[in-house]
Design a protein around this ligand. Structure first.
Ligand code: AHM
Ligand code: MG
Length: 339
């Protein structure tokens, strides 16, 4: 059935469930619960300035970073909603050191990993932030899920997506297998997400590159050579690329997905505490990689490995990320394989 702009996200999820006769409706249920959590978080993000809850809560999270109040709120909302939805058996969050169990009797057949509010340094300054999620089918057979259920490769995700809280709130998700990547915009007056970006494909050629260039003195040589190459690639005297870097992964990724771009968070020579870059594999890189690939783009590490093929060893594992338009990530692959 062709996708009609304006249909609700619930209708779209149900329609796509019908094209999978083996589906039991549980993934539909899980996504619907996540969407409710997203609406609650979106409302809170919009009210945050007025309600006076901007600013840091003073605690530090497991990454040693300061937790801000909205991060806390988003984390609590997602956990409460999902621990008793009956569709997941275990969860992992950027804000929680260990795995998050679900309530007794509510164990389902999926796992959920999430970054409740990514881009937290931007909260106080009204810049877009987002929630990222990744869903796997459980492997273990007991009641509660196990860590090993969460530590699965990105290629085994059954759904992935993000919600960006920007000039409007937009949900982008995919269930893979050629079902496509779809974007829905929240109409806050009726509390519904409506299909606004059906069948998103990422432009093959990038307009933008996105990287924190302040760290360039610490880059490895192949990263420097690649970025220099992008800067030198002038076609007929025209400038080829512009630099755009927000510092909110979801916002940088979303812009590049719609307009064409490559985002990099490479390793550097300085960060001895973060030898694999800053971003997290399970709830940042892998879900965005699934979306990028499903939309026709690519996602690799800065040593040329496909993100979706990486076997996770740790819930909060970090990974260097190069993601976006196919031409530019393929070029990066050549540079990084050389390195
Ligand atoms: P966070 O999860 O603590 O918000 O950190 C992740 C964010 C990403 O959204 C963004 O891409 C990156 O940190 C920016 O880091 P930097 O300021 O080092 O460029
Ligand atoms: Mg994050």
């Amino acid at each position: 059935m062709p996708k009609r702009k304006g249909i609700t996200v619930s209708r779209q999820i149900m329609d796509s469930q019908q094209t999978h006769p083996e589906a039991t409706g549980e993934l539909t249920g899980l996504l619907s619960e996540l969407i409710v959590a997203a609406k609650i978080i979106s409302a809170e993000v919009n009210m945050a300035g007025l309600a006076g809850i901007l600013g840091q809560s003073g605690k530090t999270n497991v990454q040693g970073e300061e937790v801000q109040k909205l991060d806390d709120f988003a984390n609590r909302t997602l956990k409460r909603r999902m621990e008793q939805c009956g569709y997941v058996c275990i969860m992992g969050s950027e804000e929680d050191d260990g795995v998050i169990p679900v309530l007794d009797g509510y164990e389902g057949k999926y796992t959920l990993a999430f970054d409740p509010l990514d881009g937290s340094s931007n909260i106080d300054v009204n810049v877009s932030i987002g929630t990222i999620f990744s869903v796997h089918r459980r492997k273990s057979e007991g009641k509660q899920g196990e860590m090993s259920d969460l530590l699965q490769k990105g290629s085994e995700q059954v759904a992935a997506g993000y919600i960006i809280y920007g000039s409007s709130t937009v949900l982008v998700y995919t269930t893979g297998h050629g079902d496509g990547v779809h974007g829905f915009t929240l109409d806050p007056s009726v509390g519904e997400f409506f299909l606004s970006h059906p069948d998103i494909t990422i432009p093959e050629k990038a307009k933008y590159y996105s990287v924190n260039e302040a760290y360039s003195r610490y880059w490895h040589d192949d990263t420097t050579a690649y970025i220099d190459k992008l800067k030198d690639m002038d076609e007929q005297g025209e400038r080829s690329y512009s630099l755009r870097y927000i510092g909110s992964l979801v916002a940088d990724f979303h812009r590049n997905l719609i307009q064409g771009g490559v985002f990099l968070y490479p390793r550097d020579k300085k960060s001895t505490d973060k030898p694999d870059g800053k971003l997290r594999l399970l709830y940042e890189a892998a879900p965005l990689a699934m979306i990028a690939e499903e939309a026709g783009g690519m996602a690799i590490t800065d040593d040329g490995r496909r993100i979706l093929d990486i076997e996770p060893k740790d819930l909060h594992q970090r990974v260097a990320l190069v993601i976006g338009s196919r031409d530019e990530v393929a070029l990066a692959e050549e540079y990084f394989k050389k390195g």
